[in-house]
Design a protein around this ligand. Structure first.
Ligand code: NDP
Length: 245
């Protein structure tokens, strides 16, 4: 079923991992997808790999206000107004609090939280004019539960939840929905390879007994972006095999 036909989606960090999984699912649903990453070649390659026509890749650092302004102009000129925005770009700089450098804190907050703010502000304007749209923020279960060694990352992901709920309240009357997904442990470049001891320790915390894949997230994203979720806004969906409940 191509329930997203006629929609233009933009996925930050859509060039690999969870973002690429979401881009694939939205393209499969019939949307034209703008794939965004700092590495423009990689974003363009990812866009070319998606099913269907009209997808494009764009280079942009979401933490850079000027680059985001340029991105909004380029995407809307080339593809039309964005109706599905997925704020997925994110990084980790894990370390214990007393060892955390200013740059570790600033970089994670700048990309994960400020980036979502800048990109949303740039694209929400068009959605408000058209009085329709949907915004999906990729948070994390550690934004709910916290995690030792990730004070910066967990703060950014918890921040995204407050951002999501406030935005949902602000934009609902304009026909724009805003939700968040909080993935558990998903196998991507970000999480890298685990040794046997780490995998065993992690499995003990996951009732469903396996790590997640980008496909575990992308189906939920497609649902939330689409018409079946038309009465859902301001919600957080943990997709984590039962890790946090
Ligand atoms: P990856 O490291 O595999 O991919 C990150 C993506 O984000 C890449 O496409 C990267 O492209 C892009 N990106 C990073 N920084 C920027 C930036 N400043 N501007 C634009 N794009 C950027 O990550 P995952 O797929 O694992 O994670 C995706 C999201 O899901 C993140 O927000 C992460 O926090 C979240 N998440 C992941 C979990 C996991 O277990 N993997 C669990 C919970 C949440 P490029 O390098 O070219 O910029």
């Amino acid at each position: 079923m191509e329930e997203l036909k006629g929609e233009v989606a933009l996925v930050t960090g859509g060039s690999r991992g969870i973002g690429l999984g979401i881009a694939l699912a939205l393209a499969d649903g019939g949307a034209k997808v703008a794939v965004v990453g700092r590495d423009g070649d990689r974003a363009r390659e990812a866009a070319a790999s998606l099913p269907g026509e009209g997808h494009m890749g764009f280079s942009c650092d979401v933490a850079d206000s000027d680059q985001v302004t340029t991105l909004a102009r380029s995407v809307e000129d080339a593809m039309g107004g964005v109706s599905i925005l997925v704020n997925n770009a994110g990084v980790t700089r894990d370390t214990l609090l007393l060892r955390m450098k200013d740059e570790d804190w600033d970089q994670v907050l700048d990309i994960n939280l400020r980036g979502a703010f800048l990109v949303t502000r740039a694209f929400a304007r068009g959605m408000m004019k058209r009085r329709s749209g949907t915004i999906l923020n990729i948070s994390s279960v550690v934004g709910i539960s916290g995690n030792a060694g990730q004070t910066n990352y967990a703060a950014s992901k918890a921040g995204l939840l407050g951002f999501t709920r406030s935005l949902a309240r602000e934009l609902a009357s304009r026909g724009i929905r805003c939700n968040a997904i909080a993935p558990g442990y998903i196998e991507t470049d970000m999480t890298g390879a685990l040794d046997e001891r780490q995998t065993t320790a992690l499995m003990e915390r996951i009732p469903m007994g396996r790590l997640g894949t980008p496909e575990d997230i992308s189906g939920v994203a497609r649902f939330l972006a689409g018409p079946a979720a038309r009465y859902i806004t301001g919600q957080v969906f943990a997709v984590d095999g039962g890790m946090v409940m």
